[in-house]
Design a protein around this ligand. Structure first.
Ligand code: 2AM
Ligand code: CA
Length: 254
């Protein structure tokens, strides 16, 4: 094995404790804006610093790419980290945010872990070995009818002021399904598809660090990842994940 999954879990859970120490004292949280509608908090920065230092100490051969600090050292074998995915929810005191850590070797995702500290849910996967939530194996849902499905999405693209801002697509798809959710952490949304809590999820204008870990987790749970045309692959600017059974019907609506 390339990395010890248990060592990784210890590191990520400790990062979760750091995040929770800020989350439990939100009145004093330092928040700044990276750009309009895009926040960074002292918690994002300190969780990322911790992860970079700990992963670097245990696995010095791998480089690092984090949302807040950018890319350093080896980028062909690297950790891809979003220290807090769902920063806005975090800063508002909501529970739905996560720490996302993936190991990518020569453009292939090998390990993915997504931890939601406020919920104490730990999702992880290793290439070829299945996906797990809190130690139990998980699988995508068996729903075959889009009309009975619950689908997640997000509106990261609204911040980019693109003409294709997801609102029309949302209205179109919402009318054909039973339930929609807009939860605010793409990393977690992918894990919910992996666990059958959502039947599919799509979003635009994300970054690889938002979805790398979740992508491996959903693939290992039997899900599909494509762009909006159905091309298999991880396309952060146009990502559609599903249980596979409602994919064709969804593609006609994308
Ligand atoms: P973040 O909290 O790590 O920034 C919610 O729809 C998703 O969009 C989250 O994964 C969130 O990740 C991401 N997101 C938030 N602000 C964004 C921005 N300005 N550009 C792109 N994605 C963003
Ligand atoms: Ca983030």
């Amino acid at each position: 094995m390339t990395v010890s999954l248990s060592t990784l879990e210890v590191i990520i859970r400790e990062a979760g404790d750091i995040a929770l120490s800020y989350f439990n004292d939100l009145q004093n949280l330092e928040i700044s804006q990276k750009s309009p509608r895009d926040f960074v908090t002292a918690a994002d920065v300190s969780v990322e610093k911790f992860l970079q230092a700990e992963l670097g100490k245990h696995y010095p051969e791998y480089g690092f790419w984090g949302e807040e600090s950018g890319q350093s050292n080896n980028q062909t074998k690297r950790w891809i980290v979003d220290p807090i995915d769902g920063t806005h929810s975090f800063a508002k005191g909501q529970y739905y945010w996560s720490i996302s850590v993936a190991l990518e070797l020569d453009q292939e995702l090998i390990v993915g872990a997504v931890f939601a500290p406020a919920l104490n849910d730990y999702y992880c996967a290793e290439k070829g070995k299945g996906a797990f939530k809190n130690g139990k194996k998980i699988q995508v849902s068996n729903e075959t009818d889009l009309g009975n499905s619950m689908i997640g999405t997000g509106f990261a693209c609204l911040r980019s002021h693109l003409e294709d801002n997801n609102l029309e697509r949302f209205c179109r798809i919402a009318q054909k399904t039973t339930g929609q959710r807009r939860l605010g952490s793409a990393a977690m949304d992918l894990c919910l598809v992996a666990d059958g809590q959502l039947d599919a999820f799509w979003e635009q204008e994300l970054n690889l660090y938002d979805i790398a870990a979740g992508a491996l987790i959903v693939q290992e749970a039997g899900g599909t990842i494509t762009d909006f045309k159905g091309n298999p692959g991880i396309y952060p600017k146009q990502i559609l994940v599903s249980n596979g059974k409602i994919l064709n019907e969804l593609l006609t609506l994308m």
